[in-house]
Ligand binder design. Structure first.
Ligand SMILES: [Zn+2]
Length: 118
């Protein structure tokens, strides 16, 4: 990964307002509930596949469970950052992320300039 060149002309995003923080908290809470619902559904399906002796089914379901668990951890980490007020700051360059970007992806950890390229 190459280190991004800092562009001094790039505007600095305004700090999040109380209303914006509440909006993001709601989005994250909703996302958390959605992941928990999915996890519950997958766990139930996993146990039925297991008792039916469906090895292929349990393999697929445990892979799906791992993805949802990972996502749930990410959502919880974002909620913890929101709580500790380190939320919304780029991990790459310490600039604040604009609200518009966080609203689209409340789990964002990088500004558009530092977005790791996969
Ligand atoms: Zn950055």
């Amino acid at each position: 990964m190459t280190h991004p060149i800092h562009d001094a002309t790039r505007p600095v995003a305004a700090p999040l307002s109380v209303a914006q923080r509440m909006c993001l908290q709601d989005l994250l809470d909703e996302e958390w509930r959605a992941q928990v619902r999915q996890l519950t559904g997958l766990a139930t399906a996993y146990h039925s596949a297991e008792s039916a002796g469906d090895d292929r089914g349990t393999d697929q379901l445990s892979a799906a469970l791992a993805v949802v668990r990972r996502r749930l951890i990410d959502v919880e980490a974002a909620l913890a950052r929101l709580e500790s007020r380190t939320y919304g700051v780029c991990d790459g360059c310490d600039r604040r992320l604009p609200f518009e970007q966080l609203e689209m992806n409340p789990l964002a950890r990088f500004c558009t300039g530092c977005q790791p390229v996969c």
